[in-house]
Design a binder for this molecule. Sequence first.
Ligand SMILES: [Fe+2]
Ligand SMILES: [Fe+2]
Ligand SMILES: [Fe+2]
Length: 326
Amino acid sequence: MQKIEKIQTKDNAIQLLNTALEHEWAVSFEYIIHAYSTPKAKLFYYDPILKTTMDARAQTIQIGIDEMYHSLQLGIIIKQLGGTPSFKSDELFRFPKVIDNFYRDKKTEDLVTHLYQTAEFEDGVFPKIQNMILNISYDEVRHAEQFTAMICSMKNEGSEDTLCFPSYPDASNREDVQILHQIMRLENELLHRYLKYVIDFSEHQDLCQRLYKNSINHMRHWDKNAGILIKLGDVIQIENAEKDVNGVEKSTNPMPSFYPGEDRISALETLIPTENDLILLYEKLIPKISNKDITEQLNRHLALKREHLFTQEWLLKNAKKIKGLT
Ligand SMILES: [Fe+2]
Ligand SMILES: [Fe+2]
Ligand SMILES: [Fe+2]
């Protein structure tokens, strides 16, 4: 992580915000992958901030969502300053033991807290950005305390050897599971593409709120599908990952790094075929599943994809009707 200590000019501010954005973008994804690989309702811990017992998996998802909000906040301010948000992703690790993922996540939190809290703003320069950075940093402080509590409780309860969900070859070679992986990939891609466009078009609330709603829907479906995948005997895959002899997976290219569409029309145009592809995949998958609860869930997802398609087609048509719209 690049270190930017002195913030005096607009360029310094954009540089700090972009370093932070790249980090937030990458870790939100890493935390979600870690959470989706962690057994559900098995690892509980006493949360020192919430002062109640929490499911480590569920709270890790929540922390991942906090990081998505941080990305949004940072990206929107970069746009306001006239900069170009950077959506580079970073390397991602998944360890076989749940506790090792939490150790990494805790370390990440400490690193970013340091980045935020050591950024030195010249007096009176960008006071609101300075305030935002400080506010975000205390979310990171909370996250670090929460990951620490998860680790301590696993150690105290003797569950430090708990493994992530494995991938069973019998399952991962099945056609339904492979289609579900393709769906997961597209849900993730669309979630992030919508989020990027929220930032790109944040100067006006109409388009940005609509895209944000769709992004959240894709997040929810990605989440539900992660659970379905486990019921089918597999676990979320990490794109382009290599596994070492100890079973540690590492990917330097784990998520989309290319986001097509620069202006309103071209961005809207690129979303429609992807929404369509997703619909086709759900339509292909549903008849292959025999479990009624799962098909009901998938049908609900499919219905919402059709709503997205309808909306996106009209957003595009309406945008094309108006001269001078950027
Ligand atoms: Fe964050
Ligand atoms: Fe965090
Ligand atoms: Fe959609």
